[in-house]
Ligand binder design. Structure first.
Ligand SMILES: O=c1[nH]c(=O)c2[nH]c(=O)[nH]c2[nH]1
Length: 302
């Protein structure tokens, strides 16, 4: 009897970069730029354990399959495409047990200028604000679990944030403040109720999630809204997404706290009235929470 076992094994192709152009008319096009990762788990583990490759779908074939499927099924959204990839593998190969498809989407918006305010039909500009993320995990015979989201959304506010009332022990040097810079790079993933993953306006849900995060972070445009902690801001953003999108069962948000630390200018006989900061990349606070709708059965991957 062996005292070891494989409790996770998947393989496939990562970083398959695809640009899909849907030519609706001669000049009017719709684009999706996707970075795809397609992983599968085979029923047998002989590939790992004995080096027998007879069950392996080559990762090179997987790369080709992604491009061929883009042609065959089209790309109306990254979500639809990820679901189609997962379905294809289950249909094609009976010995595939589970699929894990994830896609990062580079968002392109149509060029608009003051001279040409109408969105351009085929010229685009990278909407660098954030990257959209899409993930489909599926076990044979079960509904796909579809999680979409946002990453690399970098935001900052220069007041209406503080942090006070925390534990002070022998190692605490942090000074409480009711007015600090709050700077972060948001990741947010929302998982759809598996019962209806196919009948959703994914773009509208993305916009709702984006707006919820930005609204809770920023507050009204004049006086903003006070954040007593990153923790509380995360909670309020999650709650807003769950309240507004009935199809979403679970929301995970992660916000690193990219500290901007007030510089001590007193050696130079200068007073720093919350004007000059040193920007620190590392270390950063890291605050993360997942919120589920009551009754939802979706479990964390962790
Ligand atoms: O919003 C915050 N939450 C914390 O848990 C924390 N810890 C810390 O040092 N600064 C902050 N800020």
């Amino acid at each position: 009897m062996s005292n070891i076992y494989l409790d996770d094994r998947m393989y496939g192709k990562a970083d398959v970069r695809l640009l899909h152009v849907r030519r609706e008319t001669r000049f009017h096009h719709v684009v999706h730029e996707l970075r795809c990762r397609v992983l599968m788990r085979l029923a047998s583990e002989i590939d790992f354990v004995t080096g027998d490759n007879r069950d392996i779908v080559a990762t090179d074939t997987t790369k080709n399959t992604v491009f061929a499927l883009a042609k065959k099924v089209g790309v109306t959204s990254a979500e639809q495409f990820a679901l189609a990839i997962s379905k294809h593998y289950f249909d094609q190969y009976k010995h595939i047990e589970a699929m894990d498809v994830s896609i990062d989407e580079t968002r392109w918006t149509r060029v608009q200028t003051s001279e040409q305010p109408k969105p351009h039909s085929h010229a685009f500009i990278n909407a660098r604000e954030c990257v959209r993320t899409i993930s489909v995990t599926q076990t044979r015979g079960q509904q796909p679990v579809l999680t979409s989201g946002i990453k690399e959304l970098e935001i900052m506010k220069t007041t209406q944030s503080g942090f006070e009332g925390y534990i002070k022990d022998e190692y605490t040097t942090l000074k409480p403040t009711a007015d600090r810079v709050f700077r972060t790079v948001v990741s947010c993933q929302y998982t759809f109720d598996p019962a209806n993953v196919h009948s959703i306006d994914y773009e509208a849900v993305f916009q709702t999630a984006r707006d919820a995060i930005l609204s809770e972070f920023a507050g009204p445009s004049e006086q903003g809204v006070y954040s007593p902690s990153v923790q509380n801001t995360i909670y309020l953003a999650q709650k807003r997404i769950i309240d507004r999108v009935a199809a979403v069962s679970r929301v995970t948000i992660e916000m690193p706290n990219r500290h901007c630390i007030l510089v001590d200018l007193s050696p130079f006989k200068l007073q720093n009235n919350n004007e000059v900061f040193v920007v620190t990349g590392e270390p950063a606070g890291l605050i993360r929470a997942s919120m589920s709708r009551l009754g939802s059965s979706i479990k964390s991957k962790l």
